[in-house]
Write a protein that binds this ligand. Sequence first.
Ligand code: FPP
Length: 248
Amino acid sequence: MANPKVSGLAGYSKLDLKRLPAHVAIIMDGNGRWAKGRGLPRVMGHRAGIQSVRAVVEAARELSIRVLTLYAFSVENWKRNPQEVKTLMRLLNEYLRRELPTLMANEIRLNVLGDVSGLPPGVQEELERVLAKTRANDKMVLNLALNYGARAEILQAAGRVAAEVKAGRLKESELTEAAFSRFLYTDGQPDPDLLIRTSGEHRISNFLLWQISYAELYLTPRLWPDFGKADFLAALLEYQGRERRFGA
Ligand code: FPP
């Protein structure tokens, strides 16, 4: 994606570009198993997973998908081996530092879903820098879910709603679904139309519980480091073959 003018759309000929999802969310899973299968330490799987991150960001941007959300670190992930957590944080820092020029060249705005204050100070600093620099970019939003848990997100939203009602700034009768959504980390964004999970697991794992109410699910056995543009394309094609009824 070094040169944003060179389009890689050639492989997308079967897609209906008018019916693409506005928001794609991905649970990137299987890095550990990918590494284990090669006799490598788990962290090598995370490192290899960054290539897949690059590939899907590039594909989403080429297709003018408005929002891409990647589940990079959950509130539960702190329970992992401290060395693995440390490496994940280092990889994240490295990714942010390296990817800033690409985000700028492709007019992608970075956004974080989650409690940033719980991240190591070095990561917070790098995030703040990239968030500030990319703030005015408006071609695509890249949401990184970091220190994210959907229940925690809903709980903090409920707390803020209660405070607003108490202060008289919000009437209980005005609390619609749309009004509540404004207190979530995804404020102002369309809900995911498509949720992808790799590595053959059939779980939601505390991810975007409110926002995925009507999302189409695409579950693939492919391990995240093996997931590339062709897999992303396959997910989009399957999405386009589905009939969405929104409960009707
Ligand atoms: C799940 O695989 C993956 C993660 C917990 C972290 C995802 C992180 C990356 C892809 C790299 C860093 C991300 C960015 C955005 C730079 P797992 O470890 O649970 O795999 P397993 O289920 O096979 O053990």
